[in-house]
Design a protein around this ligand. Structure first.
Ligand SMILES: Cc1cc2nc3c(=O)[nH]c(=O)nc-3n(C[C@H](O)[C@H](O)[C@H](O)COP(=O)(O)OP(=O)(O)OC[C@H]3O[C@@H](n4cnc5c(N)ncnc54)[C@H](O)[C@@H]3O)c2cc1C
Length: 446
């Protein structure tokens, strides 16, 4: 059996290990942290992710979608909370289309469990990859318990060791490897809305809740135990920022002014605020994602993006499904596969990075704006009437398998058209009249 290595047993590494095992490889997975299955994941205190169609497709290839569905909660719409506590809703897609709330830790545990059931997958925890020797295609691995180090060679190495990838660091030193890293000026903090005493949710669990406040926002995604994980995305520095909110009084009054309807639902707000870390958000672009046909970067190691399109993990899972398709189609013949994979995926990684940045502005600023909501309503109506002519950008990204780069280009064209529609004089009164659909149709067919 051909021996391959996966570096990093996060979400993408564990899924990639399963797909490689299905293709007949003997897989060694090296993870610097202890076995995540032994860690207690506290609901409401770990990141929640929105899992969508690109992710589901890869999970289906791995034959584990049903097992993951058991720990996922569908969210059919955004629910926006304004300053007065009024709610407005925006469906994510058409009837029945949803994105799914999953706990990152819980999902990781389940993936490791499912992967461990394969006799051809071996997990090595507390094993930190320090370096890669590209001449011998070997990993330098340190046992973080015993401090012993050893080299081990593999036919192929898959680097799924996250945004600060050690494998990528080695590739950065090879000729013609391009790399850039940028921190967002906003960071984030996890907070909690606990369950009601009877274990029920305090808000509609089938919505992704957003408190859009212009320069920043808070979101909440449901957990299985009745709680919600809230995430405050907030400037790291500046007048209103993590830097300036220092005392319990400051935090209390900021939340009362800014998220008044959420405060009564958050009895442990102040403790959570001061106990939970403030984390940063970092973006990475690089290319190529491979070193010859030996080493391949996947997931955040290749494309770390900001979380505002809910696509970081989904894009990483799509890396896995696309590679799986390429190998299945080539009958496991690796000739040129890594080069081709990189050529195809780098533009898509860059596109989803750009889209995610744009969506931050949309979520924190525009979702609270009546013009934006009207625009989306008109788009949805047109898309329902002419589904073959118009798939909203959000749906292309979230509910389709169209390449991210193609979706981004189509989205730019749609935006130009919608700008013209929104300029119609009486659009606010007449938006539901046939003339609006007629104009849209004529613009689309131009
Ligand atoms: C606040 C927030 C919200 C998000 N929301 C969403 C969302 O809604 N939808 C979505 O799709 N994505 C979301 N994401 C992104 C998502 O979490 C990441 O894209 C995803 O976790 C990437 O998976 P990965 O396996 O590539 O990397 P990671 O999850 O970072 O896993 C990397 C693994 O490698 C291990 N490792 C690191 N270095 C080494 C080493 N040297 N040796 C051995 N092991 C190593 C790490 O310990 C870790 O286990 C969000 C991210 C954040 C921060």
């Amino acid at each position: 059996m051909t021996q391959v290595a996966v570096v990093g047993a996060g979400l993408v590494g564990s899924l990639q290990a399963i797909l490689l095992a299905k293709l007949g490889y003997k897989v060694s997975v090296f993870e610097r942290r202890p076995d995540i299955r032994k860690v207690k994941i506290v609901a409401g205190k770990s990141i929640n992710l929105a899992l969508s169609d690109r992710g589901w497709k890869a999970l289906q290839y791995a034959g584990i979608a049903d097992e993951i569905r058991e720990i996922a909660i569908p969210m059919y719409q955004r629910c926006m909370h304004d300053l007065e506590g009024n709610l407005s809703y925006q469906p994510y897609g058409k009837d029945g289309q949803a994105i799914y709330s999953v706990s990152r830790g819980g999902l990781n545990q389940r993936l490791v469990n499912l992967a461990s059931a394969y006799p051809s997958i071996d997990y090595f925890f507390d094993r930190k990859c320090l370096d890669v020797d590209l001449k011998t295609n070997s990993l330098l691995v340190r046992n973080t318990q015993t401090k012993e180090q050893h080299h081990e060679s593999f036919e192929k190495i898959f680097a799924t060791d996250g945004a600060f990838s050690a494998v990528r660091l080695r590739l950065q030193k090879t000729p013609m490897f391009n790399y850039s890293q940028k921190y967002l000026e906003h960071g984030y903090k996890e907070l909690v809305i606990p369950a009601n005493e009877d274990g029920s949710h305090r808000l509609d669990k089938n919505c992704l809740h957003i408190w859009p406040r212009g320069e920043f926002m808070m979101i909440a995604l449901a957990n299985l135990d009745g709680s919600f994980t809230c995430t405050l995305f907030f400037p790291m520095k500046g007048e209103k920022s993590f830097e300036t909110l220092q005392s319990r009084e400051q935090v209390q009054s900021f939340f009362e002014e800014t998220f008044p309807d959420a405060v009564p639902l958050m009895p442990t707000l102040l403790d959570d605020y001061f106990e939970n870390p403030t984390s940063t958000l970092m973006m990475v672009r690089c290319e190529p994602w491979n070193y010859q046909d030996q080493v391949l970067l996947m997931g955040d190691a290749a494309h770390a993006i900001v979380p505002f399109y809910g696509q970081g993990m989904n894009a990483g899972f799509e890396d896995c499904s696309i590679l799986y398709e390429m190998l299945t189609n080539s009958g496991n013949n690796w000739d040129g596969v890594m080069d081709r994979f990189s050529e195809i995926r780098v533009p898509d990684g860059n596109a989803i990075l750009d889209l995610a940045l744009m969506n931050y502005i949309e979520m924190r600023d525009h979702t609270g704006n009546p013009d934006f909501l009207l625009r989306k309503k008109i788009e949805a109506k047109f898309s329902n009437l002419y589904p073959e002519l118009w798939t909203p950008l959000y749906s292309q990204v979230t509910f389709s398998h169209v390449r991210y780069s193609e979706a981004m280009n189509a989205g730019k064209e749609q935006e130009k058209i919608m700008d013209q529609i929104m300029e119609m004089e009486d659009i606010h009164e007449a938006w539901d009249e046939p003339k609006v659909m007629e104009k849209l149709l004529s613009l689309v067919k131009k």
